[in-house]
Design a protein around this ligand. Structure first.
Ligand SMILES: [Zn+2]
Ligand SMILES: [Zn+2]
Length: 267
């Protein structure tokens, strides 16, 4: 199994040393792990200016020297994206070498983070429609290998916002997926949703099925772990879900080059 979304001490919201996560990955039988710290260009965010590439790479090299014979350790990044910070994001991604880069949208209008308070003055439509515009813009940049947690707002939507129907935004998702398929860009099945409020991966099976019906086949799988206990969490059921939805392989990356690994060999 591969876990392609794990944070380290180079993320402001994570205090887990890289070696502890590598040990947990080996113990759980994972063969590959991508460390994807927050790269933040939104000035208000706690992670703004926190990441240090040289420290991160030194930590990664040390982890490879300890665990490299048992675990493939990839240099990854979770780069926050929205159109306000697009040029800074481009400059960063083009100037730094990684194996694998996730593009994630965490901010909505006027630089407000999409947390529960964001829904105080907005209904689901007001949140998801502009959110998907930013996701689409992220795909258009061509800067990323995969798009992170593409229905993230469901994680923070309060019950009062009403029932979340994943296919209510089918038109927006269809246009995003058609573009992703043309650009051969993956998106991520983020399993943190299974252990958090939505109790389903981000995205879940309805959206994955829509993508498969449109002819898409490229997905990555990540736990979004900030602690060692959750590395690889929810993977067996997620791989089974992918199979049921008609996705028979998972994407793997080395130096930004993709290859496909059959789901059956990971199960
Ligand atoms: Zn994220
Ligand atoms: Zn993350």
């Amino acid at each position: 199994m591969f876990d392609y979304h794990v944070h380290t001490t180079q993320s402001a919201d994570c205090s887990t040393p890289i070696l502890a996560s590598c040990a947990a990955a080996v113990e759980r039988g994972l063969s590959e792990i991508a460390f994807t710290d927050h790269i933040e260009h939104e000035p208000a965010d706690m992670s703004y200016g926190f990441f240090n590439y040289d420290t991160y790479m030194a930590n990664l090299q040390h982890a490879r020297s300890v665990f490299g014979d048992r675990l493939v350790i990839l240099a990854g990044a979770e780069v926050d994206f929205n159109r306000r910070i697009a040029s800074e994001v481009r400059d960063f991604v083009e100037a730094h070498e990684f194996d694998f880069v996730i593009g994630s949208v965490h901010y909505g209008e006027e630089g407000q983070i999409i947390f529960p308070e964001y829904f105080d003055t907005r209904d689901l439509e007001d949140v998801f429609v502009p959110y998907y515009e930013e996701i689409r813009a992220a795909v258009e940049t061509g800067l990323f290998d995969t798009i992170g947690h593409i229905d993230l707002p469901k994680r923070y939507a309060p019950g009062a916002a009403g029932a979340y129907d994943p296919l209510r935004f089918e038109d927006e998702l269809t246009s995003i997926f058609e573009l992703m398929i043309r650009q051969e860009m993956s998106f991520e099945i983020n399993t943190s949703g299974i252990r958090q409020a939505p109790r389903t991966s981000m995205p879940g099976p309805q959206i994955v099925s829509l993508y498969a019906r449109l002819g898409g086949r490229l997905v990555t799988v990540g736990s979004d772990s900030h602690v060692p206990d959750t590395i690889g969490a929810g993977f067996p059921q997620t791989l089974r879900m992918l199979e049921l939805c008609g996705i028979d392989s998972v994407s793997s990356f080395r130096r930004r080059q993709r290859s496909q690994v059959p789901v059956v060999s990971l199960l």
